[in-house]
Design a protein around this ligand. Sequence first.
Ligand code: ADE
Ligand code: ZN
Length: 346
Amino acid sequence: MDEEQRDRLSRPMDEDQIDRITRLPKVELHLHHEGAAPPAFIRGLAQEKSVNLEGVFTSNGGYAFRDFVHFLSVYEAATSVLKSPEDYARLTKAVLEESAANDVVYSETFLSPDFCGGGDVGAWREYLHAIKDAADEAERDHGIILRGIVTCIRHFGPDKAKATALCAAETAGDWIVGFGIAGDEMKGKPKDFAYSFDMAREAGLHLTAHAGEWGGAASVRDAIDDLGVTRIGHGVHAITDLALVDKLVENEIVLEVCPGSNVVLNVYPNLAVHPIDTLRERGVKVTVSTDDPPFFHTTMRQEYLNLAKTFGWDEAVFAELNDTAARAAFCDDDTRERVLKRLERI
Ligand code: ADE
Ligand code: ZN
């Protein structure tokens, strides 16, 4: 933290300034489609379809989980009620309404063919069609632009990832713009998934991987070296290896940091000890996202508010983060120009 920041933190931010920061137009690069489902939406679908979701919700109506591994199983149980392209269309509408209400102008969402048609290319196309139609409608209604990153699930294993990569390669284009990997980082190694990432790269997709959320700095290094990704989901444990931090800076690897997620899942006990500010100061290209917002009781506005209060970040810092995110977005350059224009608003 530099002196200017310390000085800013010593004075309480006035309401106007907080208001301006939280209402800034935003770019979000790291959002899981099912993870953004409001619990009431999932509960409603479960009732419609008579699916028993015992254990998924708290008595207050939020999602119930004890730790990361339990989170993943609750996530998958909640996702089990999404059974058709129409369900995903409804989910897309709900997710984008919430993102737009948080001033998000451009978002990239992780979509998994494992959940959308079980890895079958034909079924995946139908899900994707429904999702894109709903996204087009949201863009007309709210101005928000959505693009998709096809994402394999690490704990489902490399064979399932290959089927996912095939779905990605078959639908790569101006809407499916990336390929990634999420799930349990402690299962397997990045190189087990190199075949799938090679297939996605050959199809013209940009690449990102969850790494350095649960794994250490080596996990981030392996994702870069073995998968050739240009962005890292989380990546926060890179901070324990300053040579790796330098490598991130030199190679302009962008981190999709999700501070609220990291605190709720206990990667860090609180935001004050989270490394996002140190990484930024060291010159790493950091961006801010919510990951699975209703699971972590967060929103993009809430993330900005917390970061402003904890680190004394002002509007200029957030504008820089959003500029970084827009430039690191996997969309085509015409779309990027439109997004950059929307960020100029203030
Ligand atoms: N899937 C949804 N959220 C995730 C997270 N934070 N880490 C890994 N996989 C996920
Ligand atoms: Zn994530």
